[in-house]
Design a protein around this ligand. Structure first.
Ligand code: ACO
Length: 401
């Protein structure tokens, strides 16, 4: 390697770090994560305490603005969000244009990007006030897009929400209300979803969050940056893992429930199969979110009276992995997505909507990180490379190649 090629324009040495495993991209005061000890906190509050005592909107406020809201701040925040919960009617036409078979994450990413066209002023974020407007606007409209994405798949009319409801209750009603039927809220489901959204709300510089920050660093608007983040979240190695977990558990069930066979596949280096929902780039100890969700999954399914053979397969896999040398040595523990899908399934949410639910939870984190990046006036994100291609070659005309 010619070391000269590693010199950066600022005079320092360029590090080659594929996957940025050891590279910090920014300073941040939003989320603290200690992967060795399994600690996660938002703005200094432990995830365990927030999941138990706060609601999703308070956590959203905390992440974005840095402090837990007072009652007045919380009420105003919610009112401002509700005032922004109408979506331009032309967006319906876009929803209608998608085939029913379209993956909900592709639809959601496109609709979020399309919002930019109907809210051109949202790219002006020169003042804190402008930023606030964009923030409440997307927090108001995003749940509508989430609900419409599901309703389109199910052939249901695209309704609006109910301004008298809390944020999470409203999401559920928008998603599930059938025409000419009253929608009855189930407190257990509301609480479980609230908790799930809190647990997913931020996770420092993961793939989708880094995407939001890097797209935003070119001063593309908030909605465009979020749309890119949604695409990044879609992949099965990131947010798409929750869908992949359920599909894997289903496949194991269909195949007779032999978890040992799949454990062996996961360990076989010739086999591309991985145990979905296990392992994490940063956690080399139990994912603290998984611990909370695991308890919630048991409670919710018991309360709803759901007896799901999938849950038994999941528990079997977990036990085997915890006692298996391959998994223990590599510190591969169940991650947050191992259990979230089981709860979503219990709530009646279709499998290919799981990652959309993740996006709904991650929205405040993405917003907080984008806002921090803009307020800190961070430079445009632009990694370097180590060129390993051909050196100088003469051009060969097409008839001579
Ligand atoms: N099943 C089997 N083996 C695994 C798994 C798994 N789920 N995860 C990692 N390994 C093995 C790798 O093969 C590798 O083994 P080796 O050292 O013998 O080569 C070792 O463990 C380290 O794995 P890496 O891929 O280098 O770890 P990395 O940090 O790059 O990847 C990731 C982390 C992508 C999460 C990985 O563990 C994985 O693919 N897990 C399954 C997908 C998943 O659940 N993703 C959700 C992540 S959480 C989230 O985004 C919310």
């Amino acid at each position: 390697i010619d070391i000269k090629n590693l010199r950066s324009t600022t005079g320092g040495v360029t590090t080659i770090d594929p996957g940025y495993k050891n590279t910090g991209s920014c300073e941040s005061s939003i989320t603290f994560l200690d992967g060795e000890k399994g600690i996660l906190s938002y703005r200094g509050y432990s995830i365990e305490e927030l999941a138990e005592k706060a609601d999703f909107l308070e956590v959203a406020y905390l992440l974005i603005f840095g402090e837990l809201p007072t009652k007045e701040q919380n009420d105003k925040f919610h009112e401002d969000i509700k005032a922004e919960s109408l979506v331009d009617d032309d967006i319906r036409k876009i929803v209608d244009a998608f085939p029913k078979s379209a993956h909900p994450m592709g639809v959601l990413s496109s609709l979020t990007s399309a919002l930019t066209a109907f809210n051109p002023s949202s790219v002006n974020v020169d003042s804190e006030e402008d930023m606030y407007k964009s923030v409440v606007r997307i927090l108001g409209k995003f749940p509508v897009l989430v609900a419409w994405t599901l309703r389109k798949k199910q052939g249901l009319p695209l309704d609006y929400g109910d301004k008298n409801l809390g944020y999470v209750e409203n999401v559920l009603k928008m998603m599930f209300k059938k025409p000419n039927e009253e929608y009855v809220q189930n407190k257990i489901v509301v609480d479980a979803l609230d908790k799930l959204l809190i647990l997913h709300a931020d996770h420092e510089q993961n793939c989708s969050t880094s995407t939001v920050r890097i797209v935003g660093s070119s001063h593309a608007g908030l909605f465009a940056s979020l749309s890119a983040g949604i695409s990044a979240l879609w992949g099965p190695l990131h947010g798409g893992a929750n869908q992949a977990v359920l599909e894997m558990l289903e496949a194991i069930k269909e195949d007779g429930g032999d978890t040992k066979k799949y454990m062996a596949k996961a360990k076989d280096k010739e086999d591309p199969f991985r145990l979905m929902g296990f392992g994490h780039r940063v956690y080399k100890n139990f994912d603290p979110r998984a611990k909370i969700i695991k308890v919630a999954a048991d409670e919710v399914l018991a309360d709803l009276g759901v007896e799901d053979p999938i849950l038994e397969i999941a528990k079997g896999l977990e036990q085997e992995a915890l006692n298996d040398d391959y998994f223990v040595k590599r510190k591969l523990y169940p991650n947050v997505d191992f259990y979230s899908g089981i709860i979503y399934r219990g709530m009646g949410i279709p499998t290919d909507m799981f990652t959309v639910m993740f996006a709904l939870g991650r929205l405040p984190g993405w917003i907080a990180q984008w806002r921090e990046m803009r307020l800190r006036k961070e430079p445009i994100g632009r990694p370097r490379q180590l060129y390993i291609g051909e050196t100088k070659r003469p051009f060969v005309p097409i008839n001579k190649r």
